[in-house]
Design a protein around this ligand. Structure first.
Ligand SMILES: [Cu+2]
Length: 175
């Protein structure tokens, strides 16, 4: 998988890919350790973080990772958050055995707002079989704020492709 984090178009005249992530597309539950490479194409450092896992950090360099030649550590360290150096590469590994919808993102909040975040859907088949109920208190909060609790992101229960009226993110202030 090539997962690109484009810098928000609204902030620049053209989109610039700052971080490229190479990871398996299909995060089907498996006991295999899935290598995920993050390549920083920018001159800034990014403290990266993934939800749902405390991954092994197995490679850090300015040289792209080559799975055929790279020698992985026998006892890799595990990290909740790791620094992706300017123009650097890191490779993390984890077992996709935790069904869920997980974020992978930079831990600098304004970088998240600018686009350095992505959602990974892990083991979707297993996730669907769990049929986790949404607590009534959560639904009550939505109702109190006028947020629909059925349908798609716009509350459309007829046409799930129609997002008319969905919440959108306000553009950042000019300047
Ligand atoms: Cu960042």
């Amino acid at each position: 998988m090539h997962l690109l984090f484009p810098w928000a178009n609204s902030w620049r005249s053209s989109s610039t890919t700052l971080i490229t992530v190479h990871a398996p597309f299909d995060l089907t539950s498996t006991n295999a350790y899935l290598p995920t490479q993050l390549t920083n194409n920018s001159a800034g450092a990014h403290p990266m973080h993934i939800h749902g896992h405390a991954p092994q950090l197995v490679y850090r360099s300015s040289i792209p990772y080559n799975s055929a030649t790279a020698k992985l550590p026998s006892f890799p360290m595990r990290r909740d958050t790791w620094m992706l150096q300017p123009n650097g590469v890191t490779v993390i590994r984890y077992q996709a055995t935790n069904p869920g919808v997980w974020l992978i993102h930079c831990h600098m909040e304004w970088h998240v707002e600018a686009g350095l975040t992505a959602t990974l859907i892990e083991a979707p088949t297993q996730l669907q079989t769990q049929r986790l109920p949404i607590p009534q208190a959560f639904k009550d909060q939505c109702t109190a704020q006028g947020i629909p609790t059925a349908g798609n992101a716009a509350g459309n229960t007829v046409n799930f492709h129609n997002l008319t009226g969905a919440n959108t993110v306000s553009p950042p202030p000019k300047g």
